[in-house]
Design a protein around this ligand. Structure first.
Ligand code: MRU
Length: 344
């Protein structure tokens, strides 16, 4: 099974991204060679998903440094240029901790190396390491969650936490892909994920490419579907997991967790170590990105609300640890408690 790769280097270490805003209608790739270009791609959700925006931001930092290890703008030296690039990229999206985690690694690598020859190569190596580690973490998440997806299982997922959202086979979708690879029959119920439809546009697209049977439902149908009793588990990803186990993920996740609890269906959150932020004590401390109201008021250029309608559009919500059965991590299945003791 060959999964889609949403990001790649070009021969000159520009970045080639799959523009996810155009899926499933069009598979178009863009080449990014500037820091503002990468910032725009992240803000506009052309690249998206917590682990993938970390990788993309790391590759974006490389675009700010010239071949001689100097800054591309004449008034900045190489290390200063890395700091400046990092500040621009960090400001794009506040919720997924992977972004600032990856940028922190790039800045640290630049400071260790210093301005001058070899800086760009060192930054490319660091971005490659972040990417390779993410791919390996996805594989380990797949192994850790495999027992939750037995032969014949139907699982429900929200948003997109698959290959399109990571450097590998995904987080929430990793156990599903692995089960499928091992010959297990798996069915996926895909929440549409309003307002930007990451479920019906992206998760459905990548499951279809992989030959995994799926059924799309509108978000408001999930509670009824869970009550039918044929869903073995809910599997979702995360943008940030606080030290107390509270999870920020795509808006709608909290409601899904409440519905799963009411229906007695186990609710799992899959995420790599880079998504667990032990410096954020609880979910209340996680910054939640507010997106433009237009994302709710229009769809594909068509108005959905009366002109001037007010809209509230947070991109993420927080699910309290008490609603989470377990975290599926590259460190195995973990209870959503005692994370500092286990991982700190
Ligand atoms: O706004 P998005 O599309 O970047 O939101 C993505 C999610 O909420 C995912 O569930 C999360 O980033 C985990 S991706 C492995």
């Amino acid at each position: 099974m060959s999964l889609i790769s949403p990001i790649a280097w070009t021969p000159n270490h520009g970045v080639r991204i799959l523009d996810q805003t155009l899926l499933p209608g069009e598979e178009r790739y863009l080449e990014i060679t500037t820091v503002p270009g990468m910032a725009e791609a992240i803000t506009a959700l052309r690249v998206r998903g917590a682990p993938l925006i970390g990788i993309a931001a790391a590759m974006g930092v490389v675009q700010g440094v010239g071949p001689e290890g100097s800054g591309l703008s004449p008034d900045l030296d190489g290390v200063e240029a890395v700091h400046a690039a990092s500040a621009v990229l960090r400001a794009t999206r506040p919720t997924a901790v992977n972004l600032s985690w990856a940028l922190g690694r790039m800045v640290e690598r630049a400071e260790r190396h210093g301005t001058g020859p070899g800086l760009r190569a060192a930054l490319i190596a660091e971005a490659d390491a972040i990417w390779a580690e993410d791919r390996a973490m996805c594989d380990r998440i797949g192994e850790a969650g495999l027992e939750l997806v037995p032969d014949g299982a139907t699982v429900l997922t929200h948003c997109n936490a698959g290959a399109l959202a990571t450097g590998g086979k995904g987080t929430a979708l990793a156990p599903i892909y692995l089960a499928h690879e091992r010959g297990r029959r798996v069915q996926v119920i895909v929440d549409e994920t309003r307002p930007l439809l990451q479920g019906s546009r992206l998760t459905a697209w990548e499951l279809q490419r992989a030959g995994i049977p799926y059924t799309v439902i509108a978000d408001g149908m999930a509670a009824s579907r869970l009550r039918r009793g044929d869903v073995a588990a809910v599997l979702v990803g995360a943008d940030r997991i606080a030290a107390n186990g509270d999870v920020a993920n795509k808006i709608g996740t909290y409601g899904l967790a409440l519905a799963a609890r009411a229906a007695g269906v186990p609710f799992y959150v899959a995420a790599p170590r880079s998504t667990i932020d032990l410096r954020t004590p609880t979910g209340e401390h996680i910054p939640i990105e507010q997106r433009p109201p237009g994302e709710l008021a229009e769809l594909g250029g068509r108005r959905l609300t009366p002109e001037g309608a007010a809209a509230w559009n947070p991109a993420f919500d927080v699910t309290p640890a008490s609603l989470i059965t377990a975290l599926i991590t590259d460190h195995g299945l973990l209870p959503p408690s005692g994370l500092t003791e286990r991982l700190g």
